[in-house]
Write a protein that binds this ligand. Structure first.
Ligand code: FES
Length: 139
């Protein structure tokens, strides 16, 4: 698991990718009629982050993000930033998209990434965004 701060002095962790490991994905070929793809997704993300030396990202498995009907589900969170909840992600096909989105999120000042900079899977899987603690509306 990647943790910060990085011993080589690189950019400190700016984003956490929370990954639900308990979502059930319907699978008629499995004995119980479902599998749990989130654990594999968390491991794949962890490998990708480590392989690319992305010390600004942390991958953290979590049991349930309360979006159980839209596996795989992840959340992007960081200090002082809006938190984004995204579902309908494929554990194999969307690893790169999730890392791309997390890097854009980490670079952002407030967690709001322009729509056009979000991979298509992240756009279409958007579920919710939640402001950071202490947020005050400008209106
Ligand atoms: S079990 Fe994954 S969001 Fe609830």
């Amino acid at each position: 698991m990647i943790t910060s701060p990085d011993p080589e002095g690189r950019e400190p962790a700016a984003a956490t990718i929370f990954v639900c490991t308990t979502c059930r994905r319907k699978r008629d070929d499995m004995p119980l009629g479902y599998d749990l793809p989130g654990a594999g997704l968390a491991e794949a993300l962890d490998r990708e982050v480590a392989a690319r030396g992305l010390a600004q990202l942390t991958v953290t498995p979590v049991e349930c993000l309360a979006v159980c009907r839209r596996p795989c589900t992840v959340a992007f969170a960081g200090p002082g930033k809006w938190t984004h909840l995204v579902g309908d992600l494929d554990a194999e096909a969307h690893v790169g998209d999730i890392v791309t989105a997390a890097l854009a999120f980490a670079r952002s000042a407030d967690g709001i990434v322009p729509w056009m900079e979000r991979p298509q899977s992240i756009r279409s899987g958007g579920i919710a965004r939640v402001p950071p603690v202490g947020f005050k509306s400008k209106t």
